[in-house]
Design a protein around this ligand. Structure first.
Ligand code: FMN
Length: 421
C-alpha cells in the first residue's frame, strides 16, 4: 500500500485515498528513496511552499499550539473533505496561448485587489506570535489584500485599524446579550472597517478532541504539555514575552471574575447565542452600514436567503473543518450556489487552500475570491510578519506561474471549462 489511509473504516475510502495522495507527495518515492524532507530551518527565503512554512511553524510551536492550529472536529472527516474536494478537480490547460502578461487581480466590493484572496478571521492568533493580528494586518496591507479580524482577536480593533492602507474586515461572533453584539458592531464601524463578517457556524464549539487531550481540565495543560512547551524558548520569547494574550475586544463584556485568558474564552464559548436565526441576522444587517458577509454557509437555500436579507455576499465555509464533522466542503456547493445567485452576488470560499492551483480551482468554479486560514497562519507561526509576507508571496508566485501554465492570462478568465473531474 503506497498511501496509508488515515480513515480505513470509512466507506469513502476512495476519497480518503485522494486525500492521502494529496498529503503525501509520494509518487516519485519508493521504499523511502529518494529521501525527501520539507524545509524546517530558520531561513525564511528557503521556504518554497506553504508546506515548508507549515514545517517551520510546527518546529517553533509547542505541541498544544500546533494542535490548536491544525486540529479538526471529531473524526476530522470535514477537514479531510476540504482537501479531497480540491483534489477531485483536475485542470485542463489551453495550449499555445499568449500568456506573456498575466493578471492575478480581482474586483471585490467594487475595489480592485492585486491578488484573489483575503486573510481569514482566526481567533487566538496571540498564541502564535505577540501582536499577531497587527502583523497579519501589516502583511495584508502591504500586499493589498483584506484582513478579517476575529472577535476572538488578541489585539484591539483600533490598533489593527491603524495599519496604513489596510482593507480591514471585522468578524462578528454573536454571544451574550444583544447589547454586546451591538457594541462590537458600533466599534467596528467607528474603526472604519470595510466589511462585517457574521460567522454563523460556531454557535456551538466544535469538539477538537486531539487538542482537548493536551489538557487535563479546560484551560489546564497536562504536565507533559507544559514541559514540552518549556522546550520552545523561541516561541516563549516571541509570543509570551508581554504576558499571556487577552481577548482585547471582548474582556470588557465578560464578568469581572472571568477575565483571565482561558476563563474569558470559556465564558464566551458558554455564552454563544444558540437562538441566533435569520431574523437576527437581518436585524444585524440593518445595524451595519457597509458591506455585510455571512460566513459559514454550505447550503444553497441559505445562500439565497442571505441574498434576500440584503447581505452583500457569503463565505462558503466549514470553518476549516473545526466545527460540524462530516460536512461537505465549500467547493462542493460552489457551482450550484453561483448558478442560483447569479454573477453579481459575492461568493467567497475557504477550506484547505494551500496552493496557487487550489485558488485557481475555486475561482474557476465561480468564487470571487478565497480566504486563507492556516496558510497564512503557518507563515505567522514560522516567522511573524515576514513569514506572513512569505506565505503571500508563495501564493502569488504559484498563481502567476500556474496561470501561465494553464494558458490563461488573467484569473478573471477562469471558468468551469478549465476543469474536469
Ligand atoms: C486556528 C484557527 C482559528 C480560527 N478562528 C476563527 C474565528 O475566530 N472566526 C471565524 O469566523 N473563523 C475562524 N476560523 C476559520 C477560518 O476563518 C477559516 O474558515 C478556515 O481556517 C479556512 O480553512 P483553512 O484553514 O484550511 O484555510 C479559524 C481557523 C483556524 C485554523
Amino acid at each position: 500500500m503506497r498511501f496509508p489511509l488515515r480513515y480505513p473504516h470509512r466507506e469513502d475510502a476512495v476519497e480518503a485515498d485522494a486525500t492521502a495522495a494529496r498529503l503525501d507527495p509520494a509518487p516519485a518515492t519508493q521504499m523511502g528513496t529518494p529521501a525527501r524532507r520539507l524545509y524546517a530551518g530558520a531561513k525564511l527565503e528557503r521556504a518554497r511552499t506553504i508546506a515548508d512554512l507549515r514545517a517551520m511553524a510546527h518546529r517553533r510551536l509547542p505541541a498544544f499550539a500546533v494542535e490548536y492550529l491544525e486540529g479538526g472536529a471529531e473524526e476530522e472527516a470535514t477537514l479531510s473533505r476540504n482537501l479531497a474536494a480540491l483534489a477531485s478537480w483536475r485542470l485542463v490547460a489551453r495550449a499555445l496561448k499568449d500568456v506573456s502578461r498575466r493578471d492575478e487581480s480581482v474586483t471585490l466590493f467594487g475595489r480592485d485587489m492585486p491578488l484573489p484572496f483575503a486573510i481569514a478571521p482566526t481567533g487566538l492568533n496571540g498564541l502564535f506570535w505577540r501582536k499577531a493580528d497587527v502583523l497579519l494586518a501589516r502583511a495584508a496591507a502591504q500586499a493589498g489584500v483584506p484582513f478579517a479580524q476575529s472577535t476572538m482577536s488578541n489585539d484591539p480593533i483600533e490598533e489593527v485599524a491603524a495599519v496604513p492602507s489596510l482593507r480591514h474586515w471585522w468578524q462578528l461572533y454573536v454571544f451574550g446579550e444583544r447589547r454586546i453584539r451591538e457594541a462590537l458592531i458600533a466599534r467596528a464601524e467607528q474603526a472604519g472597517c470595510e466589511a462585517l463578517v457574521l460567522t454563523v457556524d460556531a454557535q456551538f464549539y466544535g469538539d477538537r478532541e486531539w487538542e482537548q487531550r493536551r489538557f487535563t481540565h479546560p484551560g489546564r495543560l497536562t504536565i507533559a504539555s507544559i514541559l514540552e512547551s518549556a522546550r520552545h524558548p523561541h516561541w516563549i520569547a516571541t509570543t509570551l514575552s508581554g504576558g499571556m494574550p487577552s481577548f482585547a475586544n471582548d474582556v470588557d463584556y465578560v464578568p469581572e471574575d472571568k477575565r483571565g485568558f482561558f476563563d474569558s474564552a470559556f465564558w464566551i464559548r458558554a455564552n454563544m447565542d444558540h437562538s441566533l436565526d435569520w431574523d437576527e441576522a437581518a436585524r444585524l444587517r440593518t445595524l451595519w452600514p457597509r458591506k455585510f458577509l455571512i460566513k459559514g454557509i454550505l447550503n444553497v437555500d441559505d445562500v439565497e436567503r442571505a441574498q434576500r436579507i440584503g447581505a452583500d455576499g457569503v463565505v462558503l465555509s466549514n470553518h476549516g473543518g473545526r466545527q460540524l464533522d462530516w460536512t461537505i466542503s465549500s467547493l462542493d456547493v460552489l457551482p450550484e450556489a453561483r448558478r442560483r445567485v447569479g454573477s453579481q452576488f459575492t461568493l467567497i470560499v475557504d477550506g484547505g487552500m494551500r496552493r496557487g492551483t487550489d485558488i485557481l480551482k475555486a475561482l474557476a468554479l465561480g468564487a470571487n475570491a478565497v480566504l486563507l486560514g492556516r496558510a497564512t497562519l503557518y507563515g505567522l507561526a514560522a516567522a511573524g510578519e515576514s513569514g506572513v509576507t512569505r506565505a503571500i508571496d508563495i501564493m502569488r508566485e504559484e498563481i502567476d506561474r500556474d496561470l501561465g501554465l494553464l494558458g490563461a492570462s488573467s484569473v478573471r478568465e477562469l471558468d468551469a471549462s478549465f476543469l474536469t473531474r
